[in-house]
Design a binder for this molecule. Structure first.
Ligand SMILES: Cc1cc2nc3c(=O)[nH]c(=O)nc-3n(C[C@H](O)[C@H](O)[C@H](O)COP(=O)(O)OP(=O)(O)OC[C@H]3O[C@@H](n4cnc5c(N)ncnc54)[C@H](O)[C@@H]3O)c2cc1C
Length: 468
């Protein structure tokens, strides 16, 4: 049913009926909408920004793995936003150690014009048949007596409106308002969510008069405290995305002035002009244990589908959108939107990247227990190939020879090194447990209890403060 067919008047409030209402025209919302719409169902994406501003998202603009993105919105349709496909490694600058590490990035990587990318995703979803309602701020949800989510209420230009649908998908990004409003009692949805599990980040796009030498690298360096990093990602040799972020359990950083200070110290960036500025929160935690409730699925940042070490969340959002979209189709065909039907969505996320991200978060937890100098000293002594493997797979099989080399080079960091290997073993144990994520909600409590006991061991071994 389209917007006009479905509109009813009552008490001055417009009501729209759809098969699926999606909140947020970001990556997750667009992939989900396109998937469901292509199967012939009526989908609306409700977006608070106007049509011009939609797709303008705070981001470092590094797109990892575009070659393997879901085909719902074909790569050919988004490739027009890829402004730099020459990047093949990370350049880790560690001024405290006087070291620069060159670490290869596996798979395809592009730096993109993120706003253009956002617009192209919206075009892709529009071509698939999705309706977009812009300028519409979702403020609340509706639930029936049994607790099933039945839609949302919103405001457009001062006027209230309601969206009714068997299924609501929450693609509203980090710290989604919908999750403050839904009564999750009786569902499996993960409510163990706190600000301290998120990062606050800020970025600018700058233009420099002369091409930078490192236009084939993602430049990364630690902030003055351990839980943050600065980045310089070249959209082109003269247009750079620069930004920084910190974990919100740390003392807040002066993001803008810290960034300005760093830029001013780089000779190659002298004379830069700022063309865009944006800031936002992003989840740097494990994915939500369950992102479903009756009639509802959270996708992308709204369910923490982000690599908690790199902060990369575009590909997780794209896949979450596709998996939730496919599960929505199954539920609509069955006329059953219970968690039992939606559950497979959780399972596919955990199988694909959820377990890996949870394992990577163990290294975040490890890092909060050590001083910056200790960590950087250790980092600069580790071999680049192994770090790359660990960073992207959540684990790494360190051969004996490499181990010895690491031990030799890390002389002076013996204690931290031993703890790191202990942590790696625990991270591997956690990864193996995520491979046993239950196939139905029935096994969820037992799975969660065992996972919590592994986390207790991790906190015990690292001495870190409990994060969850
Ligand atoms: C500074 C920064 C740098 C980053 N760098 C990278 C990077 O280099 N590479 C990478 O892969 N990832 C990066 N990320 C993460 C990445 O941007 C996100 O993971 C990704 O955008 C998530 O997509 P999403 O669709 O889930 O949410 P979003 O892209 O956040 O989209 C959410 C949408 O919902 C809308 N919305 C929110 N609330 C409402 C409401 N109440 N009513 C209506 N609409 C609403 C918003 O306006 C927005 O359009 C970065 C994040 C930040 C903050």
């Amino acid at each position: 049913m389209n917007a006009f067919d479905g509109r009813t008047q009552g008490w001055g409030m417009d009501t729209f009926e759809y098969d699926v209402v999606i909140v947020g025209a970001g990556t997750a919302g667009c992939y989900a909408g396109a998937t469901i719409s292509k199967a012939g169902y009526d989908v609306v994406i409700v977006e608070r920004k106007d049509a011009e501003e939609a797709g303008h998202i705070a981001c470092g603009d590094a797109l990892k793995g575009a070659d393997t993105f879901p085909e719902t919105i074909p790569k050919a349709d988004i490739a027009g936003s890829f402004t730099n496909t020459a990047v093949d490694h990370g350049r880790f600058e560690i001024p405290q150690e006087g070291t620069v590490m060159e670490i290869p990035v596996p798979g395809e990587l592009a730096v993109i014009d993120r706003w253009e990318f956002g617009r192209l995703l919206i075009d892709g979803a529009t071509q698939a048949g999705v309706d977009f309602h812009y300028d519409t701020v979702v403020q609340d949800v509706t639930q029936d007596a049994a607790g099933r989510v039945t839609g949302v209420t919103a405001k457009r230009k001062g006027k209230s409106r309601t969206y009714e649908a068997p299924l609501t998908l929450d693609g509203a990004g980090a710290l989604s308002i919908l999750q403050d409003k839904i009564d999750f009692d009786g569902s499996t949805f993960d409510t163990n969510v706190r600000y301290s599990q998120f990062s606050s980040a800020y970025r600018e796009v700058i233009e420099v008069p002369e091409p930078v030498e490192w236009s084939d690298a993602l430049v990364i360096k630690p902030t003055k405290r351990s839980a943050g990093y600065l980045w310089y990602f070249p959209r082109t040799p003269t247009e750079i995305n620069v930004g920084l972020g910190f974990q919100m359990n740390e003392e807040p950083m002066a993001l803008v002035s810290d960034l300005r200070e760093d830029i001013s110290q780089r000779p190659e960036l002298q004379g830069a002009t700022v063309t865009d500025k944006l800031g936002a929160a992003l989840p740097t935690r494990r994915p939500y244990d369950s992102a479903t409730a009756p009639g509802y699925m959270a996708i992308g940042d709204a369910a923490a589908h982000v690599n908690p070490i790199s902060g990369g969340g575009i590909s997780g959002a794209a896949y979450a959108g596709q998996y939730a979209g496919e599960q929505a189709i199954a539920a609509l065909e069955d006329e059953n939107v219970s968690e039992e039907i939606l559950w497979r969505y959780n399972q596919r996320v955990m199988d694909h990247y959820g377990g890996r991200y949870a394992a990577l978060d163990v290294y975040n937890i490890f890092s909060t227990a050590y001083g910056l100098d200790e960590l950087l000293g250790l980092l600069s002594a580790l071999p680049a190939e192994q770090l790359s493997e660990a960073l992207y797979s959540g684990s790494s099989s360190v051969s004996l020879g490499t181990k010895l080399r690491v031990l030799y080079q890390a002389f002076g960091h013996w204690g931290t090194l031993r703890e790191l290997y202990g942590t790696k073993q625990l991270a591997d144990r956690l990864l193996a447990h995520y491979e046993r994520y239950p196939s139905t909600p029935d096994g969820f409590d037992a799975w969660q209890a065992e996972r919590n006991s592994i986390m207790d061991d991790i906190y015990g071994a690292t001495g870190a403060e409990a994060k969850y």
